[in-house]
Write a protein that binds this ligand. Structure first.
Ligand SMILES: *[C@@H]1O[C@H](CO)[C@@H](O)[C@H](O)[C@H]1NC(C)=O
Ligand SMILES: *[C@@H]1O[C@H](CO)[C@@H](O)[C@H](O)[C@H]1NC(C)=O
Ligand SMILES: *[C@@H]1O[C@H](CO)[C@@H](O)[C@H](O)[C@H]1NC(C)=O
Ligand SMILES: *[C@@H]1O[C@H](CO)[C@@H](O)[C@H](O)[C@H]1NC(C)=O
Ligand SMILES: *[C@@H]1O[C@H](CO)[C@@H](O)[C@H](O)[C@H]1NC(C)=O
Length: 535
């Protein structure tokens, strides 16, 4: 989601039910509103006026009130107050039921400044409310559980139709207009195979983590509610079967046994002046070895193209949530449940075999991306210069988004004490990571999406969420408090030397994740929220 694109689309549509005189939130969030908090940061109050909010949930308000007495620092509380409700306040552009079945709830949840629903963003936006998810909420119309069900049903519909796509248009039931890239008309649009319907799809980048996000969302709902009946009522199992078909296709490699080239199950091309916005080899990507058990991904969670298509963090996420959802599928279709277990296990085995590389300084660490060609040469890495180059590329970096190598324990793939993870974490948070940005404002992971020198607050949040070290957590909180450019919300990226240079005034996922971090700290480290952060 590039900033230029964001500007072209800003303010295009209002949520259903929000009065038309309410200000567009991307502009609103880029300005400060009174009253300011009473600490040294003087953070503004950035929640929209209550009549302009997209969805009111009593449990959200109760939590905001409850947490007030548990956070001592007024500026830190203000950041929580602004950011945690951001998804319900601003992005629930429509809720309703399916035309096909009045019992099937639907919820269209935008990413923020772009009025499209990303599978990954919406799953994570809702995850920030997992602590208050309650299937027997007092309020039958305004609650988090209905959003989860509505998002699962709508994501499932999208996936059944266009499983290679990452972000989607409002459903026809909403009567909201679709939005299209305002790209220079003299240039052609994306060329994608299989083709898609632009009235359903906003963008069609094939990302394994987007499909994993549907499984994560499903698991999060089941994990809390144990509402197994819901999953058998509509088309959830079909969506999962569609995902398995894509995964099986994407386990195939570039070449057949006799060296002929397989037809790629998906191709992508965009006229772009950035390498990460297009895909090499006429849209099929760099060659990969097939049938290792790993699943290809053409794009990363930043929506940048991969260099090596076995993107390890998405394989971890896919394996973890495929396995988690087996228990749900067992109540619907035992054969499919068995297939899910088989694929999940073969992925994690393949990660152990092909996804761990030896870094010259950090030792055995998880690779970011691999292609399968480098891994068989691991043994001779010290004697074969060419192999060192390949391995250097393979280990290269981390993504500031989630899934990332940093987020492995957050995904639940391995614990934070896993030795390979610990070494990987040391690497990605060091200057050996080519996309680690550092400076007086923010020290954190970035990526080619916005280029060197732009660090992502989300990666600082993930660093604190995966840390048990009080000093590291306190340092992370301080950096986050000091990098909002006085706007009191989380931005997508911030210049490591200049707080006033940032991207995306309205990035709901990052806001939600900040709130999720605070709620997690209230559980794990309540004493750190009893501290003052004014010094
Ligand atoms: C449910 O919550 C909404 C939003 O706060 C409120 O307007 C409505 O009156 C509530 N309904 C009930 C039955 O409490
Ligand atoms: C739900 O109802 C109970 C009992 O009436 C009340 O104590 C509780 O605060 C209510 N919770 C919400 C979220 O309205
Ligand atoms: C869910 O809400 C009901 C009704 O307000 C309440 O009795 C119950 O304790 C809540 N459950 C959780 C886990 O908060
Ligand atoms: C659109 O692209 C063409 C060809 O690259 C270029 O000549 C033209 O200036 C562009 N127009 C705008 C408005 O950017
Ligand atoms: C790998 O890195 C080398 C130099 O470090 C570079 O020349 C080459 O293009 C890279 N390969 C890929 C596939 O990015």
């Amino acid at each position: 989601m590039k900033h230029t694109l964001v500007l072209a689309l800003a303010g295009a549509v209002a949520a259903v039910g929000v009065p038309s005189d309410c200000p567009a939130y991307d502009n609103y969030a880029a300005q400060s509103h009174p009253p300011v908090s009473c600490g040294k940061f003087k953070d503004p109050y950035q929640r929209p006026d209550s009549r302009c909010r997209t969805y009111a949930v009593p449990e959200v308000e109760e939590t905001i009130t409850k947490v007030k007495s548990q956070i001592k620092d007024p500026d830190l509380y203000r950041l929580f107050l602004n950011s945690w409700p951001n998804t319900v306040d601003t992005t629930i552009l429509w809720r309703g039921v399916s035309d096909d079945n009045p019992d099937e709830e639907l919820a269209f949840i935008s990413t923020g400044d772009i009025h499209a629903m990303w599978l990954r963003d919406s799953a994570n936006q809702l995850q920030s409310y997992k602590p208050i998810l309650n299937i027997t909420s007092n309020n039958s119309t305004n609650n988090i559980a209905t959003l989860y069900r509505g998002a699962i049903n709508l994501q499932g519909r999208y996936i059944r139709k266009f499983p290679h796509c990452n972000s989607f248009q409002p459903p026809p039931e909403s009567k909201l207009p679709p939005h299209h890239f305002k790209r220079n008309l003299s240039k052609r649009a994306d060329t994608v195979n299989p083709p898609y319907d632009p009235n359903v799809v906003f963008e069609c980048k094939y990302e394994l983590d987007s499909l994993s996000a549907f499984l994560q969302l499903s698991w999060d709902y089941y994990d809390v509610t144990k509402d197994i009946k819901f999953f058998g009522k509509f088309h959830w199992a079909e969506a999962v079967k569609t995902i398995l078909k894509v995964a099986n296709d994407m386990i195939q490699g570039t070449y057949t046994e006799d060296g002929s080239v397989n037809k790629s199950p998906y191709t992508w091309l965009r006229d772009a002046n950035s390498a990460t916005e297009t895909v090499s080899n006429n849209g099929v990507g760099n060659p990969v070895v097939g049938n290792l058990g790993l699943v290809r991904s053409f794009f990363r969670p930043s929506d940048d193209s991969t260099i090596y298509q076995y993107f390890v963090p998405a394989n971890m996420m896919f394996s973890r949530f495929l396995k988690a959802c087996v228990v749900i599928m067992e109540s619907i279709d035992k054969d499919t449940a068995a297939q899910m277990t088989k694929i999940a296990d073969s992925i994690s085995k393949a990660i152990d075999e092909h996804g761990i590389i030896k870094h010259p300084k950090y030792g055995d660490i998880y690779a970011f991306e691999v292609d399968g060609f480098g891994s068989s040469n691991l043994m001779v890495r010290n004697t074969h210069p060419l192999t060192i180059v390949v391995l250097a590329n393979a280990s290269g970096q981390d993504d500031a988004n989630i899934p990332s190598l940093l987020s492995i324990p957050h995904l639940g793939y391995k614990s934070a004490s896993d030795p390979v993870y610990k070494r990987t974490r040391d690497f990605v948070l060091s200057r050996s990571n080519p996309y680690f940005g550092y400076g007086p404002v923010l020290n954190s992971i970035g990526g080619p999406h916005l280029g060197p020198g732009m660090a992502w607050p989300m990666a600082v949040i993930m660093q604190t969420m995966t840390s048990n070290d009080d000093d590291e957590i306190v340092h992370g909180i301080k950096q986050l408090m000091g990098s909002t450019s006085g706007l009191g919300l989380m931005h997508e990226s911030v210049n490591t030397h200049d707080e006033s240079k940032w991207t995306r005034s309205w990035f709901a996922w990052a806001n939600g994740l900040f709130g999720q971090m605070i709620l997690d700290l209230l559980d794990r480290k309540p004493e750190l929220l009893k501290k003052s952060y004014q010094a």
